[in-house]
Design a protein around this ligand. Structure first.
Ligand SMILES: [Zn+2]
Length: 369
């Protein structure tokens, strides 16, 4: 099961422990949903013990695969001394907690700004936050469907519990013989971190920089009304921060390890520029809600329409559109008014719709800033 390279054509999700650099293995673990298919845990070996970047989703199949993969490189889950968790989402965090609680050994560390999101999961208070957001976006039908989606509660203390240590700010730490630079990269979640090993040229990028999909932004509970408007601006700022690091090999939480950080960060920034331009183009036709704009855009690589997405993904799409509109408003391109609790946007009076250019040429290329 220990392979240096994936044979061509083999999926990145195939079980195993794959050596990606000296002393570093990628271990893909299964998820119970089919959307992302798997999550990568990165194992860093040192004389001082085993460190994992992320922990996987605490389900029995993942626990089994993790143990098998670790055995194939001569280790056991009880040997893990620390989990550096990129963010609080359950596919990254919950198994770090369950393994810590099972063996009572590993120290789990997480970004401090995940505290409100984690608190809201632990409270399992049946938060209606997303339902309210969707209503404000002008998507009452989706809001009703989301009200029926059971958000995972924190009642199971084997999977949901506090970390042992909080990260705050940017800092460097020693992990075995290597130095990791921990960089706070809010956007995907408020307390997201990436870890850069500059000497080895590696970027443990979590969900901040993913190779084939654009990470969702701001999908966490527990945000204040002000924080709710900020995630896209934060995300773009975090991309700029990572772009300032040297060009590194991307070790993402979802996907293979073939990409370089500079190229991928540039692509992600362009993607959002284009989306911002497309939003303006839609609003050039007249005032609209986030749901109206989302219905005019195309979604996923396959250019789906909003109505063809399942309710969960359609809800995410509408909320992401709202983030683009918030950012355009903050930049002075849009004006917002609220009618019966629904937010409606129009082009700011000084914005001339003819300035809005989005070149297509087979693919989306550029737009106004
Ligand atoms: Zn993830």
């Amino acid at each position: 099961m220990w392979r240096v390279n994936l044979p061509t054509g083999q999926s990145w999700t195939e079980p195993g422990a794959y050596r990606v650099a000296s002393g570093v293995h990628r271990i893909p673990l299964p998820l119970p949903t089919d959307g992302l298919r798997a999550v990568n845990v990165y194992l860093i070996e040192s004389d001082a013990g085993l460190t994992c970047i992320d922990g996987g989703w605490a389900i029995p199949e993942s626990r089994k695969r993790f143990e098998q993969a670790l055995r194939s490189v001569g280790h056991h889950p009880r040997d893990i001394t620390s989990f550096l968790v990129t963010h609080v989402h359950r596919d990254h965090y919950s198994q770090a907690i369950s393994l810590r609680n099972e063996f009572g050994r590993a120290v789990v560390a997480l970004g401090e700004r995940e505290r409100p999101a984690l608190q809201s999961v632990l409270d399992a208070d049946g938060s209606t936050e997303f339902v309210d957001r969707l209503r404000r976006c002008g998507a009452p039908a989706l809001a009703r469907q989301w009200a029926g989606i059971r958000m995972e509660g924190g009642r199971d203390p084997r999977k949901w519990d506090w970390p042992d240590r909080w990260f705050s700010g940017d800092f460097t730490m020693e992990v075995g013989g290597r130095t990791l630079r921990a960089v706070h990269t809010p956007g995907h979640t408020e307390g997201h971190y990436v870890f850069a090993d500059l000497e080895a040229g590696l970027l443990f990028s979590g969900d901040h920089v993913l190779p084939t999909i654009t990470p969702s932004v701001g999908f966490t509970a527990g945000l204040t009304a002000a924080a709710e408007r900020r995630p896209l601006a934060d995300f773009l700022g975090s991309l700029a921060k990572v772009r300032q690091l040297p060009d590194l090999k991307v070790l993402p939480a979802h996907g293979g390890t073939e990409q370089r950080s500079h190229e991928r960060v540039d692509e992600l920034m362009t993607h959002h520029d284009v989306r911002l331009g497309l939003c303006l183009q839609v609003l050039d036709a007249g005032p609209a809600t986030a749901a109206d704009v989302a219905a005019d855009l195309r979604w996923t690589r396959h250019q789906h329409r909003l109505k063809d997405l399942d309710p969960f993904n359609a809800g995410l799409a509408v909320m992401e559109t709202a983030l683009h509109l918030y950012l355009l408003e903050a930049r002075g391109h849009l004006e917002r008014s609220t009618l019966d609790g629904v937010e409606v946007y129009r082009l700011a009076t000084e914005v001339d719709g003819s300035d809005v250019r989005v070149e297509h040429d087979g693919r989306e290329l550029g737009c106004i800033r």
